[in-house]
Design a protein around this ligand. Structure first.
Ligand SMILES: [Zn+2]
Ligand SMILES: [Zn+2]
Length: 396
């Protein structure tokens, strides 16, 4: 049997085991940076495949599967393990047992799938050259992002892998389909907090007050000019203020107004200069109107660049694995992902695993209380990633 067929049949054969892993992790979700039991569970499975996982970044794990000539080349595969503060409303046997915590972003799927990939690769380690390094990371959902801690603690060193591949469930894509995008793919995301300080007073005597509501209104409108006049129209960028609080009344001018929002971009240079402009403009408008604006920016993840060469190669591997009719090109998104940190260090590619099944009623988007996946996707995902890694290492 050729190697592709062998991996496909192992992927099928292990899918019920991988589904059990997924259901166990789904039932026992843990929030970002608290993935202690998940990490322990993953380490136990890895050891049962004869592997030696190492702890990293508190709740993260790194494990290597060495083929022939293990020092010749290495490729990294990544999964994230954390869940979200959402109360699951699905009535399924594997429903979350932890009140208010749910795997609503499919990280249970990524983790169990990578376990399946580890099981396959451990079994066929005589069939590839080099080393596959697997990263099971904490805290994808929460700043500063578990990926940044994995990198800080050496997950991409000794030696540095030639590239890193990650997958994410995708409820817009039917099960069986795999989505790729070369180049810019996901946005950076920074949180912006503006405190506009005026001087409160009687609504009937504005001359005695400094009205922070009017100042805040000017700031909100003026900042949109950065998006329409300063941003490169060929590079998507977004500024949204989703929260504004000014606790006055019909007859009271308040002392201050608080505004909070998000800034997203697809270019690190522009991101930096836009954040400077936002700060300067908000401060100077408030000052010009007699008030003050305090600007606080909480930096989120960088923008995600899918290395074009690596993406083309793993896409070609996917075409071999699932057929050209099941491989699609996907659009950019202004959501963000901490996988982007890896893309700043080594060639990286992040692809999408179709998990939608309308017949089964599985259509909810990620981060919702009704999110679920079509588990048939697990029959493909484990072997597909093993095949991608092997193609990268064997080069044919
Ligand atoms: Zn998420
Ligand atoms: Zn996610």
């Amino acid at each position: 049997m050729n190697l592709l067929k062998r991996i496909q049949s192992l992927s099928q054969a292990y899918s019920s085991q991988v589904t059990e892993y997924r259901r166990h992790i789904h039932s026992n979700p843990e929030l970002s940076y608290q993935e202690f039991n998940t990490s322990k569970f993953v380490a136990e499975q890895l050891r049962s495949f004869g592997l030696e996982p190492q702890e990293i970044a508190t709740t993260g794990l790194v494990v290597e599967i060495k083929g022939k000539n293990p020092d010749s080349k290495s490729i990294a595969l990544r999964a994230d393990m954390d869940a979200l503060p959402i109360q699951e409303t699905n009535d399924v046997p594997y429903k979350s047992k932890n009140e208010g915590v749910m795997h609503a972003c499919g990280h249970d799927v990524h983790t169990s799938s990578l376990l399946g990939t580890a099981k396959i690769l451990a079994e066929i380690k005589d069939e590839f050259e080099g080393t596959v390094r697997m990263l099971f990371q904490p805290g994808e959902e929460k700043n500063p992002g578990g990926a940044s801690y994995m990198i800080r603690d050496g997950a991409l060193q000794n030696p540095q892998p030639a590239g890193i591949i990650g997958q994410h469930v995708f409820p817009f894509l039917p099960t069986g389909k795999i989505g790729f995008r070369e180049g810019m793919y996901m946005a950076s995301a920074d949180e912006i907090y503006l405190k506009v300080i005026g001087k409160g007073g009687h609504a009937g005597a504005p001359e005695l007050a400094i009205d922070p509501i009017v100042i805040a209104s000017h700031i909100i409108i003026a900042l949109q000019q950065i998006i329409s006049r300063n941003a490169n129209p060929r590079q998507p960028t977004v500024l949204t203020f989703g929260n504004i609080i000014g606790k006055g009344a019909t007859n009271i001018i308040p002392n201050e107004v608080n505004i909070a929002g998000t800034f997203r971009a697809m270019n690190e240079t522009w991101r930096k200069s836009a954040l400077e402009r936002i700060t300067k403009m908000a401060e100077s408008i408030a000052e010009g109107m007699g008030g003050k604006c305090e600007v606080e920016i909480s930096h989120g993840y960088p923008y995600l660049e899918n290395n074009p060469e690596l993406t083309r190669r793993i896409k070609a591997a996917a075409i071999e694995y699932v057929g050209a009719e099941n491989v699609v090109d996907i659009d950019i998104t202004l959501a963000s992902e901490d996988f982007s940190y890896y893309s700043q260090v080594i060639p990286a590619s992040f692809y999408r695993l179709g998990t939608r099944n309308e017949k089964k009623g599985i259509t909810s988007y990620v981060h919702t209380p009704t999110f679920d996946i079509d588990e048939d996707a697990l029959k493909i995902s484990t072997g597909l990633m093993a095949w991608m890694a092997l193609k990268e290492l064997n080069g044919k």
